[in-house]
Design a protein around this ligand. Sequence first.
Ligand code: G16
Ligand code: MG
Length: 211
Amino acid sequence: KYEAVIFDLDGVICHTDKYHFAAWKCLADKLGVYFDEQINNRLRGVSRMESLEIVLENFSGKLTEQQKLQYSNQKNEIYCDLLKNMDSSDLSIEVKQTLDQLRRRGYLLAIGSSSKNAGFILKQIGLENYFDAISDGNNITKSKPDPEVFLMAAKFVNKAAEMCLVVEDAKAGIEAARKGGMDCAAIGDAVNCNMADYNLSKFSDILGICE
Ligand code: G16
Ligand code: MG
């Protein structure tokens, strides 16, 4: 049924949540803003600037656009420093074997991530040059739930939306896939929103869908 699989990166291929949390927490503490894991969960799949707006919901002061940019840059510097801790051990054997198997079955494999750091993360976990295409925060103007990132990924692998299956861990990503006319499989927290075509209990379940 499908010819290409488009994977979200953070929360699907690997887990960068704890680094995002640590970096946002650092910024929030500096601003004297309350921040916890629950607020961090709302940032999944959302762009950096939109994430900052969510972090600032509990901030009473007013910031100029320039200050916001400065703060989001500060968060990103802390985050990128933490990403240096990642290595090939952050790519699970299950994920790697599943990807290899999909490739053997003839599927094109792409990344569809909101992150501007996708290339660096892929390099850290040893998947640099692995995917047939990478669509990420650097080639889009609107982030999830807008379908742009997935539509670009489909375009990069030269497949119509109906030929693509999206794998996502965030509600914003499931919405994006649906708006783009693609079927989607939810994994992790996204299973709870009950909006996907398939709910995966583990990554290798994709092999049951893409036979
Ligand atoms: C990821 C994360 C989001 C993050 C976004 C932008 O999206 O899930 O929490 O805000 O990237 O990241 P950056 O600040 O590195 O550009 P995805 O789509 O890979 O799950
Ligand atoms: Mg994600």
